[in-house]
Design a protein around this ligand. Sequence first.
Ligand code: PEP
Length: 254
Amino acid sequence: MRKKIVAGNWKMNLDYNEGLGVFTEIINMVKDEVTGAQEAVICSPFIHINSLVQLAKGYNKVSVGAQNAHQAESGAYTGEISARMIKSIGAAYVILGHSERRQYFGETNELLAKKTDTVLKHDLRPIFCIGETLREREANEHFDVIKSQLVEGVFHLDAEQFGKLVLAYEPVWAIGTGVTASSAQAQEIHEFIRKEIAAKYSQEVADSTTILYGGSCNPKNAAELFACPDIDGGLIGGASLKSRDFVDIIKAFN
Ligand code: PEP
């Protein structure tokens, strides 16, 4: 059975004290209310990570991640954070390839392949995001775009390394827009991704890869999305900033 995960992406929101407050509420609610084996992950701004890791100690259902890491080991890259630094404060995950990083920071599949290698080298699990823009979907290019993101971003990994990845399908047109992909649209792409993994690696690898859906997921639509056979959880932006909403999404698996 593959792991079910609901990961929150706080983006550049919540100051230090606000973040600790929301996270404490999430931990308490998860402890009291989540009965299944799903894992909750909060990918916070870097400044929160160390404290969130301390707060999460002893709660094996809640982990902490970063939202980015530099591809180099260390060096003269002013303002950047390395995978080794992230590992050293106890984070477990790193989001890579989020569409906002691709769009606003020019991150390409080639760069993301390097970041993936560095993150894996430091024993962190990438949550690797892929997804098409509205223009690409309207031009019926979405399958090709997703295939190239997989081939150029992560299919250079061997099967053992690939097994450490979490994938997130995030149609760009659904991120932060309030427009969710229908469960049929999301399932169609998740099934396609799993078939591509099976063709590249094996059915066993494909069956054990966690593939999250992201894009305006909320407590109202999560249960229908998570009930799809190839959707193993969510990557949640806006709704992860509110503890009640985020935990209700986690509970969509209960
Ligand atoms: C995201 O940014 O990864 C995301 C899914 O955002 P939202 O849930 O706000 O659409």
